[in-house]
Design a protein around this ligand. Sequence first.
Ligand code: ZN
Length: 311
Amino acid sequence: MDFQNRPGGKTGSGGVASASESNRDRRERLRQLALETIDINKDPYFMKNHLGSYECKLCLTLHNNEGSYLAHTQGKKHQTNLARRAAKEAKESPAQPAPEKVKVEVKKFVKIGRPGYKVTKQRDPETGQQSLLFQIDYPEIAETIYPRHRFMSAYEQRIEPPDRRWQYLLFAAEPYETIAFKVPSREIDKGESKFWTHWNRDTKQFFLQFHFKMEKLLPPPTMPVPPPGVKRPPPPLMGALPPRPPTSDSVPPPPPGGMPLPPGAPVPPQMPPQIPPPGPGIPPPAPLPPLLRPPLPTDASGNMPPPPPSS
Ligand SMILES: [Zn+2]
């Protein structure tokens, strides 16, 4: 017997009697967020019954109030059923020109803010090749979601005035907001083991590492003198930018709800020369100063599309 579906039973999909404090907190937070952002009248599964309580027509669950229903829509059960329903509809009507509707339903998530992240700069001690390792924490990622990423050129994004010296690396995973990191627009090394992603379903952490292509200008460490014509200063740069006035090493995270970035706000692209290069593939114990911008609020303007599935 499924007690979760009984009237007055526990809402959502959490454990029956073992709902922990943190679970309750989480549900309350989701409820608040949902109340602020969702239009419940457009939800095809939301139904008010004649007893004055609410039902999820998809999961056949009963809810005492709207908030309870909304929290339910963010839960595992509802999301799973949404995905199942979408798959079923797609299978039953493959030729119908209505997959759009299905897609919209699947993508119905109430954003719960930005994920935590850590960025680690690395440099191969042998070759000097520079890389960036991203760790994005998605503790409350939706069950059916796999984190995606993609690069975006300065001209494709609409958050800041375009600057061809930069590109953006986006990460998306519902119900989190999509975030973007501003990185030098140097060529990316797509060689094997130079570019990889890893999704740890257990720890809910998404990893991505990429290397910048070695620049011809960059002399190997053993070569004492750079080739003639090189205008680089001694410490190798992450980008081709001239040195800029230093800014704070630890940029505080932007306020929630969107942050208009000042155009041309400098981000020092230099790799600090005093940082010892970590072993290949192994993140150093402590994160290096985040020289990158904090994530851009890509949802603020609504015109930056989410990245496609990772390749
Ligand atoms: Zn439901």
